[in-house]
Ligand binder design. Structure first.
Ligand code: URA
Length: 266
């Protein structure tokens, strides 16, 4: 059965207004998202402010959060001019166990997004923070956040094969045959895995480096070779290695984003 394609709301709004609202790059942005990306206010607050009539574009009140924004448009919030120029920010968080990396929190355990916001400096609270990929609720370690969805796509793209290094405490001691299966690739229910790095750090501790990021992939791979995961930690993404204590965050330097993650905006 053919899947029904849903037209994004920014595109519907752009079509209603005509193509001149698209940015010169051809990549439109919509108003609430642009405000969150530029650090004016996070997306949900921006949507509310727009609906309340507090935001103007070139002097006209705009009440549609999904209105496309043109490059160079004058934006005011509560009468104050705001720039939509957005630097690319990236943060490293040392995720503790227990928090979910979801916008919604069905289990009521708290999300990493809420957790991060409680710890950010005031200057960073205006941004909408997007997680670059996911970690399970019980997984600890390196989680990246950014204000720029291009970096999210870059970090999670299945084509890019950005390496992610995990350390798993497992049941039993994997032998060489098990490690070889992990390295060469094995077949999971959603298809074969790509070749991976796998070695023992201790009799029951496996270092596994993947260049893909499927749902529960580390746990499923180790279970498939007979060594279920007891605890899981991520210590590196690309050339960026976790170097801060659990429960803390820091900003990535531009060079870490460019060289460590191989990301060049534009
Ligand atoms: N693989 C998993 O199984 N869990 C994670 O959190 C990350 C990778």
């Amino acid at each position: 059965m053919a899947r029904k394609q849903r037209t994004p709301r920014w595109l519907e709004a752009a079509r209603r207004r005509g193509a001149e609202d698209l940015q010169p790059s051809g990549k439109p942005d919509w108003l609430a998202r642009a405000l969150g990306k530029a650090g004016v206010m996070p997306r949900a607050q921006a949507e509310a402010a727009i609906r309340e009539g507090r935001v103007t574009l070139d002097g006209r009140v705009e009440r549609e959060p999904f209105a496309p924004v043109r490059a160079g448009v004058e934006v005011r919030v509560d009468g104050q001019m705001r720039s939509l120029d957005a630097p690319v920010w990236a943060l490293m968080l040392h995720k503790p166990a227990g928090r979910v990396v979801h916008g919604s929190d069905a289990e009521g355990v708290g999300t990493v997004f809420e957790w991060l916001r409680e710890r950010l400096t005031p200057a960073l609270l205006g941004y909408e923070w997007l997680a670059v990929g996911r970690l399970d609720r019980d997984t600890t370690g390196l989680l990246l956040f950014t204000n720029d969805e291009r970096l999210v796509r870059h970090g999670t793209s299945p084509e890019r094969h950005l390496a992610k290094r995990y350390v798993a405490a497992v049941e039993g001691t994997p032998d060489e045959a098990a490690l070889r299966r992990l390295r060469e690739g094995l077949v999971l229910e959603d298809g074969p895995t790509r070749p991976a790095g796998a070695r023992l750090r201790a009799p029951d501790v496996v270092e596994l480096t993947l260049t893909e990021g499927r749902h529960h992939q580390v746990k499923r791979m180790l279970a498939a070779v007979g060594h279920p995961v007891r605890t899981l930690h991520r210590e590196a993404v690309g050339g960026v290695t976790l170097d801060i204590p659990e429960g803390t965050w820091r900003r990535l330097e531009d060079d870490e984003v460019a060289r460590g993650l191989g990301f060049a905006p534009g």
